[in-house]
Design a protein around this ligand. Structure first.
Ligand code: ATP
Ligand code: MG
Length: 279
């Protein structure tokens, strides 16, 4: 055993650069020897990243995130879903209608822009509002989804961003007995389209829905989605009586798990990383 191991700063830098240390010595007899190898590895990776970034800009492509969102939308169009876009700013009243009021744990995570308005912490309030309007139509099932930014004050940085992207789909007016199978089918379509093969379903306690069917992925069992079914007690204030299934996926969590990463930093909206490359 030698006396010198990587410093925390060096390890952090390796992580930023996505360096795999498996075949690299972990300890050194002198500090100079360690720092020399650090510089060599850093230089090699920075150069490779620059080339990747340059290739990417020259070719003019979609980022991983944009192309994943496009693929997911395409997969849902094939299932007969319609894409909607709703406001990012929502009202305190809409949140309260989801039982998210001052006593609710999620309430503390909300970014308020004034006394009555906030940045949406989830898509559900807007989608509920559309469910009310769409349920007046005669045909069933009614299928729609949104992909858009949501905002939450979070303390755990490894799996959370304060601004993240949710894909939330809803299918209304299906046979009661088919709900669970359909929910799993739709969640499977999304997970597989995102390139996840290693995922499973788990029943979880939810702050908003009471109980959810979650999709967890990879060896770290990272939650990538939560799904729910109606009729549900939350439907009552909205006056919704239809059956429904719905599921919300975190796009960044899908990206991170499909890339085999266990931290979200590189995959979210960022000015420090672009397309997983450290800037
Ligand atoms: P967690 O328990 O991991 O904090 P959650 O159960 O509070 O997540 P949901 O309200 O179920 O999250 O949101 C649906 C999905 O949105 C989650 O499964 C996750 O993929 C994603 N998500 C939620 N919060 C964040 C966040 N802060 N950053 C990135 N993705 C998130
Ligand atoms: Mg959840």
């Amino acid at each position: 055993m030698n006396d010198f191991t990587w410093t925390l700063t060096q390890l952090r830098r390796f992580k930023e650069l996505g360096v795999d240390l498996q075949n690299t010595p972990a300890d050194f007899s002198t500090q100079a020897e360690r720092d020399k190898l650090f510089q060599q590895i850093e230089k090699k990776h920075v150069k490779a990243d620059r080339e990747k970034l340059s290739d990417f800009l020259i070719q003019g492509e979609k980022s991983h995130m944009e192309s994943l969102m496009k693929k997911l939308a395409q997969a849902l169009f094939q299932q007969g879903f319609t894409q909607v876009t709703t406001p990012t700013i929502i009202t305190k009243a809409a949140l309260a209608k989801m039982t998210v009021d001052a006593d609710h744990p999620l309430f503390r995570q909300v970014y308020w822009i004034n006394k009555k308005q906030c940045l949406r912490p989830m898509l559900a309030p807007n989608l509920y509002s559309l469910m009310v309007d769409f349920s007046r139509l005669r045909h069933r099932p009614i299928r729609f989804f949104e992909m858009g930014s949501c905002f939450r004050k979070e303390s755990d940085g490894a799996r959370h961003n304060s601004e993240f992207t949710m894909l939330n789909l809803v299918e209304m007016g299906l046979a009661q007995e088919n709900r669970l199978a359909r929910l799993k089918e739709l969640a499977t379509i999304i997970a597989k389209t995102a390139g996840l093969n290693d995922f499973k379903f788990e029943t979880e306690n939810s702050k908003v829905y009471g109980s959810t069917l979650d999709v967890v992925a990879g060896p770290g069992s990272i939650e990538v989605a939560s799904g729910a079914m109606g009729p549900h007690p939350l439907d009552i204030p909205w006056g919704i009586t239809d059956t429904w299934v719905g599921v919300g996926f975190g796009i960044e969590r899908l990206l991170m798990t499909s890339m085999g990463d266990t931290s979200i930093g590189k995959w979210g909206k960022s000015l420090s990383y672009f397309n997983g490359i450290r800037l």
